[in-house]
Design a protein around this ligand. Sequence first.
Ligand code: SF4
Ligand code: SF4
Length: 168
Amino acid sequence: MDSSTLYSLSRACAKCDIGGRCCFEAKPPLTEERIRILMDNGVRPDQIDRIRAGYKRLGTRPDGFCTLFKDGRCSIHSVKPETCIAGPFTFDVKGAVLEIYLKREKICPMVAFLKENRKVYDELFETAVENIVKLLEGIPQSELAEIIKIDEPDTDIVAEIRLKRRLL
Ligand code: SF4
Ligand code: SF4
């Protein structure tokens, strides 16, 4: 992705009404591998919620933003969790089918830019699927069952991908 595209994406994020909407109440799920990577990069054990939701995830600050959201941005951008990399794409799993959803423009200004720039859309879509599959490979089935219960309003399905095996 060239620097002008990255600039356009960051400008889209700057239009977010609450400044980083996708980091508000995000609670991204974590594999054990991601936890290890985060802790190697200075994330504290108390910033990881291992028990409350039935799956491992990042915690939130009292104001609702992710515990790793600092000064209006992600403080661990280069090692952020798979679902954070995948955004504004998100997912559901039905048996052996991975459904990919895209957030609507009203909750993610970046989506308008993506829809007008097919090459960038395709690049981000590919990265999103790669990271979501990686997450699915590292999450126990019981935790995945809890994750997919999370309601994701204001999203539209954009792809259905058959997985190698049934996950749920
Ligand atoms: S990805 Fe979307 S929701 Fe997240 S900060 Fe950027 S524009 Fe806002
Ligand atoms: S890890 Fe970073 S990108 Fe993900 S929700 Fe937290 S602050 Fe946002």
